[in-house]
Design a protein around this ligand. Structure first.
Ligand code: SF4
Ligand code: SF4
Length: 163
């Protein structure tokens, strides 16, 4: 399915997610990287060693959810735009998904957008909480999207206005 449609199978997605208990402890990365390709910059971007060392450059990344602090440094270093950070407890009612974004123009902080799932279907509305776009990110911005917290496991993209 992934090879034909670009949409990962539900089982693979489920296995890539942290437990509910870990989600509630604080921000944590998820790696939705399911195809073995020669790629490993994520490993080198994590200075605390939360990503298991690759034995082969084609290995899929393995994240230690307990060690990950959710700092987000790895997000912009992933050429596949496959890394997200989930923050279940962003506020009393909202969670945040930090999403890599390479389109232009960038959205504005406070902007309301349509939240999309992994297949590009609209699943609700979200708010752009923060736009990170430093030089070190090399043109991969990180968009913090705030939404009802139960949606953070579903939303992986967004679209603006009537695009
Ligand atoms: S979010 Fe931070 S701690 Fe977690 S894997 Fe990425 S770089 Fe490492
Ligand atoms: S950098 Fe991204 S695409 Fe490359 S192995 Fe890591 S998660 Fe996968």
């Amino acid at each position: 399915m992934l090879e034909k449609t670009g949409i990962p199978e539900a089982g693979k997605v489920k296995n890539s997610l942290p437990s509910k208990e870990r989600l509630k402890e604080g921000p944590v990365a998820v790696f939705e990287c399911f195809t073995e390709i020669p790629c490993d910059p994520c490993y080198y971007s994590c200075s605390i060693g939360a990503i298991k060392e690759f034995e082969d450059i084609n290995d899929l990344p393995e994240l230690d959810f307990a060690a990950c602090t959710g700092c987000g440094k790895c997000i912009a270093n992933c050429p596949g735009l496959a890394i997200f950070v989930l923050d279940y407890n962003y506020s009393e009612e909202e969670g945040v998904v930090r999403i890599p974004y390479e389109y232009s123009p960038l959205p504005e902080e406070g902007e309301k957008v349509q939240a999309l799932d992994r297949s590009g279907e609209v699943v609700g509305e979200a708010r752009v909480e923060k736009v990170q776009n430093s030089k070190s990110q090399d043109k991969t911005a990180i968009i913090w999207l705030a939404m009802p917290r139960e949606q953070i496991l579903t939303v992986r993209n967004f679209k603006r206005g009537e695009d």
